[in-house]
Design a protein around this ligand. Structure first.
Ligand code: 5CA
Ligand code: ZN
Length: 408
């Protein structure tokens, strides 16, 4: 699938430190240690509606990881999927009476434009579920050889008991898993399953739904096997980081890991699982199903500076749950005006300590609020008359762009 255009990223005078990241699987801060290019998989959108602020927050969060790695001197191989066939997409297409392919293409294109406006670095591979069906079939066949697959009517299921490490991504109690599974696309009540937590690998053809031929009969891929197959193909096993919003911890990332680890005995799926907090609006998680949405594209259409949207997201730590309010956005618009004035001065406060502090903050579990606070201090010092460094503003502008993705 076509990805989006890359913004120019200025290079910085010094390298940042190695990046540490909170690992959901261990609950600990862990130093990432990429060998060769750092390998990152971030779960992509299900394109049945426009990009909302919650999505944007998650993609901006892991864009900070991409940038922190690059600023530490690593190349980064970044892969992202598009869930361009799945139940919610088909349901929405039916409801609004639009062809599901057209709906997916339209919303994916809008997402690309939103990501460009927010200066999110594009993935090297942007891969749709539909175009990955051959990979999915191959992975299911591999799983079949291990005995981890069984059939219920025309559907194939993955037996979670085949993975000795099942549960080690999310570390949830079984009753919690069961309740979340039902809320997030699972079918714990389905008769004929060996374990209520087993997940669909291949969904046999249903009347009125698209389907593809396979050795298991016509049908379409389950959700988790899609990301498992795409990550495996483009990043291999034991890649550096699997990321997404915290609503993907279970079942999605647990099942992806389980499927790959069973298909490739002795392997681990990702070395580290990173998750962004949920953005709320009007008191509840911003979600397509609840409809409490603030769309990035709608803000752009009303002439809001995308950099103000980005700054609003950066003011929150990526792991916290928080609530979006328009006031925060307008405050960011004002902040950017102040920053622009300070950057335009012929001289300002020393830039080198600021560069070091911003890079250190981002390498320390993507601490963007700490980085923003350091910039605010530099702006305040410069405004208060510290003009010890001629043209410091030019260095700080590069720093804002390279480390935080803010081109102002
Ligand atoms: N296609 C799947 C992943 S393979 C999917 O979850 N798509 S999505 O469109 O529903 O979500 C895309 C990304 O945005 C996911 O990482 C999800 O965790 C994140 N996300 C969704 N809602 C929010 C929210 N309110 N706040 C923060 N992140 C969110
Ligand atoms: Zn995914």
């Amino acid at each position: 699938m076509r990805t989006w255009s890359a913004p120019e990223v200025p290079s910085l005078p010094v390298n940042g430190p190695q990046v540490s990241l909170h690992n959901t699987a261990t609950g600990q801060l862990q130093k990432t240690s990429p060998t060769g290019a750092a390998r990152l998989y971030v779960c992509g959108i299900t394109p049945y509606d426009a990009t909302h602020i919650g999505h944007a927050a998650t993609y901006v969060a892991f864009d900070l990881l991409n940038r922190a790695w690059r600023n530490a001197g690593h190349d980064v191989t970044y892969v992202q999927n598009v869930t361009d066939v799945d139940d919610p997409l088909l349901e929405r297409a039916n409801k609004v009476k639009v062809d599901w392919v057209e709906l997916a293409e339209r919303e994916t294109q809008l997402f690309r434009e939103d990501m460009e406006a927010l200066r999110v670095l594009p993935p090297a591979q942007y891969v749709g579920a539909v175009e990955s069906i051959p990979l999915v079939i191959e992975l299911i066949q591999r799983l079949q050889e291990t005995g981890a697959v069984y059939q219920v009517e025309t559907d194939l299921y993955f037996s979670v008991s085949a993975d000795a490490a099942f549960g080690s991504v999310s570390n949830l109690e079984r009753d919690v898993m069961l309740s979340i599974f039902a809320e997030r696309g699972g079918d714990p009540e389905r008769a004929g399953k060996k374990d209520p937590l087993d997940c669909v690998l291949w969904r046999g053809e249903r009347e009125g739904e698209p389907s593809w031929d396979s050795p298991f009969g016509p049908g379409r891929p389950g959700w988790h096997i899609e990301c498992a197959a795409i990550a495996l193909e483009h990043l291999g096993t034991s890649f550096d980081v699997q990321a997404g919003g915290s609503d993907l911890v279970f079942p999605h990332h647990e099942m992806c890991a389980g499927e790959v680890q069973v298909a490739h005995p002795g392997s681990t799926f990702a070395q580290l699982y990173a998750h962004a907090g949920m953005v709320a609006f009007d008191g509840q998680k911003m979600s397509k199903s609840l409809g409490n949405l603030v769309f990035v594209s709608a803000l752009r259409l009303s002439e809001v500076d995308p950099m103000a949207i980005r700054l609003t997201l950066l003011r929150q730590h990526y792991r916290s749950d928080w609530e979006w309010t328009d006031d925060q956005l307008w405050a960011s618009v004002d902040t950017l005006d102040t920053w622009r004035l300070a950057l335009a001065r012929p001289a300002g406060a020393p830039s080198a300590p600021l560069v070091a502090e911003v890079l250190a903050a981002l390498a320390d579990d993507l601490d963007a609020p700490r980085a923003v606070a350091a910039i605010e201090k530099w702006v305040a010092d410069s405004n208060a008359g510290d003009t010890s460094e001629p043209e410091a503003g030019a260095v700080v502008a590069k720093l804002l762009d390279a480390a935080l993705g803010l081109s102002i």
